[in-house]
Design a protein around this ligand. Structure first.
Ligand code: NAD
Length: 369
């Protein structure tokens, strides 16, 4: 594999630019330490792109994304753009880039740092050491299925319609990603659907089983109804390793699992697409949180979610496992020392600014490398 990678950084709006500055510092430092060249280019997305190009994602920016090895995104959105036409709203830039890169698998880790055990709403022994990965199908299912709409039946009676539909290939490709990732961690996949009441759920279960039997029989597979999974996540979350599920159930289960681990400012994500002709998988990494307009410009945003998203990039796009683990350990050590940003529970005398938190993590990375 080449050791020169093109990274497109799209800071976006609100706190996006503040946290992405810290990510760029970490990326540059990891590049120097590990002798890997990251060619970093920055561009706009969301409201900032609308202000500059008149559209939340320009064709030129999209082209750059297609030609990059990975895209790192901050966040989009803000009051300033709330009254724009729907098609020009900042969020449309995000939806377009995900769609155009065909990012069909969304990876949401729920990892509980030892130093954050008390921030969870569950008892410490239930979340201590927690490390789950939820793989959510992102481009199919009920959010995209046709027919959809609201039909006026007359006499004040209306019907809202959405269609849940999945094809063989849509299920198989996301299942392969889940099995592949599980084989590099706990080797267990739990597939969630509602095959007791939905035909699309029956198909989902059959196709996941097919991929398992024919390609990944060395990985342990179990099936679970999605409602039971929601319950098990709060009853005994450590029973799970990788959970694979559809777009709708994944939307809900990934948020539920994430909140077991503490603050929104700590949650990374990755979205993966197909492997291209250069044998490279399209990918986009972003924090789960939004542009946080209430704290934008104050220099107090937590950069950890974005820094951990870059750690996911190192692992899933560049196979740089050692460097990825190093970032995770650095974050844990900094938090364990009592340092925090204002959004985290703890001693307010140890509150760091965005830049200070980025600096602490960077120092720790350099020390441990
Ligand atoms: P949000 O995630 O921006 O903020 C929710 C709360 O969490 C706020 O109080 C915020 O201050 C806090 N918060 C979020 N990230 C933080 C961080 N890194 N450090 C410290 N505190 C943090 O969600 P919202 O308020 O519902 O939405 C604000 C804007 O963001 C809206 O325009 C929305 O459309 C957009 N949004 C974008 C994305 C995205 O870009 N992927 C995701 C969600 C929301």
């Amino acid at each position: 594999m080449s050791n020169s990678y093109k990274l497109l950084v799209l800071p976006g709006d609100g706190i996006g630019p503040e946290v992405m500055k810290e990510v760029i510092k970490v990326a540059k430092s990891i590049g120097e330490l590990s002798k890997v060249k990251f060619e970093i280019e920055e561009d706009d997305i969301g409201g900032s792109a609308y202000d500059r190009y008149g559209t939340p994602l320009s064709d030129e920016t999209l082209e750059k994304a297609k030609n990059s090895h990975a895209v790192l995104l901050g966040a989009v959105g803000g009051e300033k753009w709330d009254n724009l036409d729907f098609s020009l709203k900042p969020e449309q830039g995000l939806l377009r880039i995900r769609k155009e890169l065909d990012l069909f698998a969304n990876l949401r880790p729920a990892l509980c740092f030892e130093s954050m055990v008390d921030a969870s709403s569950l008892k410490p022994d239930l979340v201590s050491g927690l490390d789950i990965l939820i793989v959510r199908e992102l481009t199919g299912g009920i959010y995209f299925g046709e027919p959809r709409g609201i039909e006026d039946k007359g006499n004040g009676n209306r019907v809202g319609i959405n269609t849940q539909s999945y094809s063989t290939e849509e299920v198989r490709r996301v299942a392969r990603i889940a099995f592949e990732l599980a084989s590099k961690r706990g080797n267990r996949v739990t597939s969630c659907e509602k095959s007791n009441v939905m035909e699309s759920g029956i198909l989902w279960r059959e196709e996941v089983s097919h991929v398992h039997e024919n390609e990944y029989s060395n990985v342990e597979l179990s099936h679970m109804y999605a409602d039971n999974c929601a319950m098990q996540l709060v009853r005994n979350p450590k029973q799970f390793d990788v959970i694979v599920t559809d777009n709708l159930f994944g939307d809900i289960l990934s948020d539920e699992a994430a909140m077991l681990t503490g603050s929104l400012g700590m949650l990374p994500s990755a979205s993966l697409g197909a492997v291209d002709s250069n044998n490279f998988r399209k990918s986009l990494y972003e924090p789960v949180h939004g542009s946080a307009p209430d704290i934008a410009g104050k220099g107090i945003a937590n950069p950890i979610a974005s820094i951990l998203s870059f750690a996911m990039c190192l692992k899933y796009s560049f196979n740089m496992y050692k460097e990825s683990d190093l970032i995770n350990k650095a974050v844990n050590n900094v938090l364990a020392s009592g340092f925090k940003t204002a959004d985290l529970i703890g001693d307010d005398n140890k509150n760091l600014s965005t830049v200070e938190m980025g600096g602490q993590i960077l120092n720790q990375i350099k020390e441990d490398f």
